[in-house]
Design a protein around this ligand. Structure first.
Ligand code: ATP
Ligand code: MN
Length: 463
């Protein structure tokens, strides 16, 4: 079934050319002059193509006049300049074939406003709306931009495992992977007998590919992963998913400063790519979702991000007049209210916080000379808060063993991770970027459930 995508027809604008278009009807209007206007969308771009169906078509009365929102059709015709408002060209149909009907009495998507909450309950149909098709296209473009960015800089794309025996964060909330019969779990001496499970050991879904990425960074130099990660944290927020995608570059011969500059360069690259390549969809978001979204992205590209230490951040927050739900003192983990206050009220731009207290960060982050803080960095953006978390990694064998013990972890579980510090250890650094949070920032969509096709959140695994 050969067809031309509407995006291509509209961008090449070849009046007089003959095309076959296939897509879904958005609207049909009948003119008294004996013809109908059918707007068809095929997902290739936000705009639909206007099709003129003349009453002389053999199936005009029996089919064309019955077309409704959601029907799938094929239209063969010639492109002509359009006298009407709203479009430059239209297709004058010589043939219209109906593939599938959509009964308006029961088809849930009608030409009216539907709430995002309602659309989440029909995730099988929501990509047929303007908002969700625009999100899907922008998400796709951002994937391409991510690979372009790293590939252009010589990074190796690495696939780290989804099923893992190691818990990267040390205390992450993980989903268990097992083939045990849950009604009859083998036990030995009062404990679950994992020896008899599929892997012979407890296994989980990964919370991060970082530890394995370090292995390859310490052989290949610069690598990145881009894949799904899973967190069983029961946080029902607009920024957390149980399954989300993470971009994790890891670089050998790199310190925290290098890590920060890569993160900034990366974000600016993605923003510029989207503004340049998703113009129509971005104008849509700017008009219907968040009227500051294009300007915000343009500002990020042209301005510097604010750099400050955790300690400086705490000083600003403790002097703030704002009443926070979570009190502030040196040593506490920053909550989203604090992160947003710094970005939105104080600096009015993205900020990069570095040098966090070691107690609130992971064991693998490099200890500063003060012995209290680690070489961590978080990138915080307005409206969302943390979008990137990264660090220079501890590359000293003895200090790392100490840190593992301090965090009440068992060094034996990290034997291969420790060996990387024994054999050819080098300074290295990396970060993890939450892909969906980045899409939220780019599109202005306030709920993370609306920037991933099929959100997994506590209590919801439909579709
Ligand atoms: P937060 O404090 O916001 O829960 P985190 O500190 O647990 O995040 P990291 O472990 O640093 O997150 O993960 C790196 C990045 O992954 C975060 O900066 C964020 O963008 C993203 N991220 C983390 N958890 C989630 C989640 N549950 N859903 C979506 N994105 C997430
Ligand atoms: Mn973090």
């Amino acid at each position: 079934m050969k067809r031309t995508r509407i995006a291509e027809i509209l961008s090449s604008d070849k009046v007089g050319a003959k095309y076959t278009v296939m897509g879904w009807v958005r609207t049909r209007r009948d003119s008294k002059g004996g013809f109908s206007f059918i707007e068809v969308n095929d997902g290739s771009c936000l705009s639909g193509l206007q099709i003129i169906a003349d009453e002389k078509l053999s199936n005009y009365k029996v089919e064309v006049l019955k077309l409704q929102t959601g029907c799938s059709i094929k239209a063969v015709g010639t492109l002509a300049g359009s006298p009407g408002k709203g479009q430059k060209v239209e297709l004058q149909a010589e043939e219209i074939e109906v593939f599938g009907w959509a009964d308006p009495a029961v088809y849930p998507l009608q030409k009216k406003h539907h709430s995002f909450e309602f659309l989440r309950t029909i995730a099988h149909l929501r990509p047929r709306t303007n908002t969700f098709s625009a999100v899907a296209r922008v998400r796709n473009a951002m994937c391409r931009a991510i690979h372009n960015f790293f590939q252009d800089r010589g990074f190796i794309y690495l696939h780290t495992p989804i099923i893992t025996g190691s818990d990267c964060e040390g205390a992450g909330e993980m989903f268990k992977v097992t083939t045990f019969d849950l009604d009859n779990i083998p036990r030995k001496d009062g404990h679950i007998d994992f020896v008899r499970d599929f892997f012979g050991d407890p296994a989980n879904l990964t919370v991060s590919g970082q530890l394995e990425a370090e292995i390859y960074a310490l052989a290949m130099g610069d690598v990145y992963t881009f894949g799904p990660t899973f967190r069983a944290e029961d946080s029902n927020t607009s920024r957390h998913l149980a399954e989300f995608w993470m971009v994790e570059p890891e670089m050998a011969f790199c310190d925290l400063e290098g890590d920060v500059s890569l993160a900034v360069e990366f974000l600016k690259y993605i923003f510029a790519y989207v503004l340049e390549n998703c113009t129509e969809d971005m104008e849509f978001f700017n008009r219907f979702i968040d009227s500051s979204v294009i300007e915000t992205l343009e500002n990020q590209i042209s301005q510097d991000f604010e750099n400050l230490t955790y300690t400086e951040g705490i000083e600003i927050l403790s002097k703030a007049k704002e009443k926070f739900q979570f009190p502030i003192k040196w040593g506490v983990d920053l909550q989203s209210e604090h992160e947003r206050y710094l970005c939105e009220k104080v600096f009015k731009k993205p900020i990069i916080l570095v040098d966090y207290p070691k107690e609130i960060k992971s064991f693998y982050m490099k200890l500063n000379e003060d012995g209290n803080t680690v070489r961590a960095m978080d990138v915080l953006v307005p409206k969302i808060g943390e979008i990137i978390g990264g660090s220079q990694r501890e590359d000293d064998y003895d200090i790392l063993v100490e840190r593992i013990k301090e965090m009440n972890l068992n060094p034996d579980d990290y034997w291969w991770y420790l060996e990387l510090r024994k054999f050819g250890s080098t300074p290295h650094a990396g970060f993890g970027l939450g892909f969906e949070r980045l899409i939220q920032f780019v599109t202005g969509l306030s709920n993370i459930r609306d920037v991933i096709p099929f959100p997994r959140t506590p209590g919801n695994v439909s579709f």
